[in-house]
Design a binder for this molecule. Sequence first.
Ligand code: GLC
Length: 497
Amino acid sequence: MLKWWQRGAIYQIYPRSFCDADGDGVGDLPGVLSRLDHLVDLGVAALWLSPFYRSPMADFGYDVSDYTDVAPVFGTLADFDDLLAAAHERGLKVVLDWVPNHTSDQHPWFQDRQRRRRWYVWRAEPNGWQAQFRRGGPAWAPDPDGAGDVYLHSFLPEQPDLDWDEPEVEAAMHDVLRFWLQRGVDGFRMDVVYRIAKDPALGENELHRRHDQDWDTMQARLAGIRGVLEEHGDDRLAVGELHLPTQADVARYVNWPAGLHLAHNFHFLELPWSAAAFRHGLTEFYDLLEAPAWPAWCLNNHDYSRLASRHGEHAVRPAAMLLSTLRGTPFLFQGEELGLRDVPIPPERVVDVDGRDPQRAPLPWAPPAQAGPGAGFTTGEPWLPMTPDATQVNAATQAADPRSVLTLYRRLLALRREQEDLHSGAIAFLDQPEDADVLAYRRGDDHVIALNFSPDPRPVAWPDGANVVLSTHLDREAGAAAPANLRGGEGVVARLS
Ligand code: GLC
């Protein structure tokens, strides 16, 4: 029996940019509630909310100053409870973003650092560990009290790393999970979770061995987290963000019996848009998984240039079909269902420290000609510019268009829900003509999918008796023989009769 997080797709909401109910230009929780029917119509099983906790917003909410309250810009705890209830009424699960590796420097724990020294990571002087983000540099900052030593920040100096080797830290972070589990949330996306296990000796990184992440303590730490989830039944999801060097590293986390249920595997966000590269990467990952480990796939999130910009328009529709028909849980990032591109940000509007504003621009809900320049996202001035494409690329216009990207996603996710083959069936890749740039695979007994990664027409070798079920361009007749040639960027789901 598959779990809800195996059968259904999960949709990432970046609350700042989803929908603004109070007109201040920043999305909020009441805004999310007001648009839940979009998710129902899209046909996802769950939403994952990027952080909405109290935060000074140095990293737009990934610097948390109170894990158990809502930032005023996003609403109140009562708004959260309303949202959760409204989602559950519609049969949608709710997954929160839990940021266990670091707090904000404004968190009371860090403010209380004199007494809670052991909750953070200190050293007399920096070692060679480097901070993430483009600005990089040493991952160490001077003690704000001038004591002479330095504290660890794997990201910004405003994000001091917690020391998970301190049992009180682990207990406190488990209590954060319990707080939200008791309110009724269905799971957690765990921010940079591989970083909560570090070499306690703070040894230097080596070529093939990082000491600042993914340490031997990882498995026990995940087992502790799973234990907390299981206090609340066996249906709460743990999905982890894993930026690790190889797919084998990622697979370990879901192969561990008390590891993660799902892992975000970023290998595919780094690959060129090529059928051969995807076939190789997918085959490798499927082969690395040991039953009952379950794969998950994402092609977009709030940290990466959007696929439509990264690979071009011709990749949008086949990517939708790929994500919805692979064996494994699809994760979508808001706007992906509209084929949204990165939004150009003029220098004076740049707000993120790491160049990620273009993919975080607000979601267009309705044509500006009807809804005003905020395109239904806001009645105010949006915190990041609205896409210049909002006239065509908006939810209302695409919902009314039987051939839009949104309609394609709705049809694909509906098909995935209906067809056992597509959520549960085995996957087997099918050989194609050399250099065709076509990825083809069989799902279960009866379904075959072929995707043309090239912008130009390409031939496909179908098994006998393949008939069209659904095509990316939504213009092929269902039941017709599967086409011997696909147009550029075209994909077809076929059924074997
Ligand atoms: C994760 C988040 C990213 C954030 C970083 C630090 O990578 O996805 O947005 O900046 O962690 O918390």
